[in-house]
Write a protein that binds this ligand. Structure first.
Ligand code: BES
Ligand code: ZN
Ligand code: ZN
Length: 461
């Protein structure tokens, strides 16, 4: 669950890093020895974000490193350094020039950039280490990074090694570690326990579908329920995806990864809530007993759903899980899912799209997301679009008749299974970096994790 963070060190002897923004440059330069001034100019050092320059002493050893930053600190300003600086330990020498919150973000960014997925291939190199300033909350820093690393690892793990039973085993170990309970309803038991849509989507796989149900914390505390889409591989089902659309579909359990990572963070940080985590875990496979386009499923809640497209499977498994979540009338329900391709068309691959039926809650999330630099953006639950997924022969159709507003219609579909009075946030996320950028290596990515954690902290502690 939690891996050791090799990108940090307590080493006393650390090379100083000077973080210099444009407005501080001339003063900084003037404070340097003439030799260092010549060196920095000869190396064309400027204060462009993330640009760095090693400065030698007279023995040719590294005396310090200068790094360009913006005056408004960017989370990822130091993210390239762990993998590009010479091995050794570094410390932000001028941390007093920045707020504690900024030093926290810079340290977090360092850690996010140091991530490597090394389950199947040894790390290409060790990383340079940061000695974290004593002023910041190191326990929280480690917890947030471990949650992000875990989420990335789970998403990066190939489908063959991350099937419903693997998610189930991970959930069991989380429950054991944090003294919670884990219940799993597996295979045909889903029918006896009335989860027909989870069963229908997952039944064609040799890996039986399951509903994972985790509980932590005292029941008198405010109840928060997290729900994560756990489609361990999304072939599209009988409405099979083309090869290019299927290639990265190991990531379709990204929602499950997020709720597990967030749960771990909440538990490590001991937020005073009664936490429940529901994961419908399935493989959307092709098989002789696969559900068909045109089938009509009766959901847990009773609404009938005509299958317009077997590839719109996430909303089916989530619908049954959300109905169960609502049955206990929690204070808050948050779901994470890689639900639609349309969400990334709307907001791109670096913003977590979310929906909410509670304006005050959405406002608090927006604020939290900006505060912790975890970009998230609200999309509307525009009720008129409900007409786009009506069915002539069932209560609803799982695939809209329009090729527009796919993320909104999917969210509205989920809302049909929610009770109105329960505050709800629905995340439709990419959970994957298709190209590398600072602090965001190619592969699985945590999105909205820290924003939600901040929101929960503000709301409950
Ligand atoms: N898992 C996909 C959504 C997805 C695709 C997320 C690509 C991220 C990247 C989901 O199950 C799906 O296939 N949705 C369809 C719905 C459509 C058939 C109504 C989609 O978005 O195209
Ligand atoms: Zn699909
Ligand atoms: Zn899917």
């Amino acid at each position: 669950m939690s891996q050791e963070l090799t990108c940090f060190s307590e080493q006393v002897a650390a090379t100083p890093l000077y973080l210099i923004s444009d407005d501080k440059w001339l003063t900084f330069l003037a404070s340097q020895t003439p030799t260092h001034q010549v060196w920095l100019n000869a190396n064309n050092f400027c204060t462009k974000v993330s640009q760095w320059c090693l400065v030698p002493n007279s023995d040719g050893q590294v005396a310090c490193v200068c790094v360009g930053v913006d005056a408004a600190i960017d989370l990822y300003a130091l993210s390239d350094l762990a993998s590009s600086l010479p091995l050794g330990t570094y410390v932000i020498a001028n941390s007093d020039d920045f707020s504690v919150a900024d030093v926290y973000l810079l340290s977090l960014g360092w850690g996010l950039g140091a991530y490597q997925f090394n389950r199947y291939k040894k790390a290409s190199r060790a990383c340079a280490q940061l000695k974290v300033a004593a002023s910041i909350d190191q326990v929280k820093l480690h917890a947030e990074l471990q949650a992000s690393y875990w989420i990335r690892d789970l998403i990066n793990t190939p489908a063959a090694d991350m099937m419903p039973q693997h998610l189930g085993a991970l959930a069991e170990s989380l429950a054991t570690h944090y003294h919670g309970q884990c219940q799993q309803i597996i295979g045909d038991d889903l029918l006896t326990h009335n989860y027909p849509m989870i069963h229908a989507v997952g039944r064609a796989s040799i890996h039986p579908p399951r509903l994972i149900d985790l509980r932590f914390g005292a029941i008198h505390l405010p109840k928060v329920t997290l729900v994560g889409k756990g489609v361990c591989f999304d072939s599209g089902g009988l409405d099979i995806k083309p090869a290019s659309g299927m290639l990265f579909m190991k990531k379709d359990m990204g929602g499950a990864a997020h709720v597990l990572g967030l749960a771990q963070l909440i538990l490590q940080q001991q937020l005073p809530i009664c936490l429940r985590v529901l994961i419908p875990a399935v493989e959307n496979a092709v098989g002789s007993n696969a559900f068909h386009p045109g089938d009509i499923l009766t959901s847990r809640q009773g609404l009938t759903v005509e299958i317009g497209n077997t590839d719109a499977e996430g909303r089916l498994v989530l619908a049954d899980a959300l109905s169960e979540a609502c049955a206990e009338n929690p204070d808050l329900i948050i779901d994470f899912s890689t639900l639609t391709g349309a969400a990334r068309i709307a907001v791109g691959t670096e913003i977590a799209a979310y929906f909410s039926n509670d304006d005050a809650l959405a406002g608090a999330l927006q604020q939290a997301s900006e505060q912790v630099q975890d970009p998230s953006w609200r999309l509307p639950l525009f009720q008129h679009y409900k007409r786009l997924f009506t069915s002539k022969i069932a209560d609803l159709n799982n695939a809209g008749s329009s090729s527009y507003a796919g993320a909104i219609t999917a969210a509205l579909f989920l809302q049909a299974f929610m009770t109105d009075q329960t505050s709800w946030i629905h995340f439709d996320i990419m959970a994957f970096n298709p190209v590398p950028s600072r602090g965001k290596p190619v592969g699985g990515e945590a999105m909205g994790l820290r924003a939600v954690f901040e929101l929960l902290k503000e709301r409950y502690s």
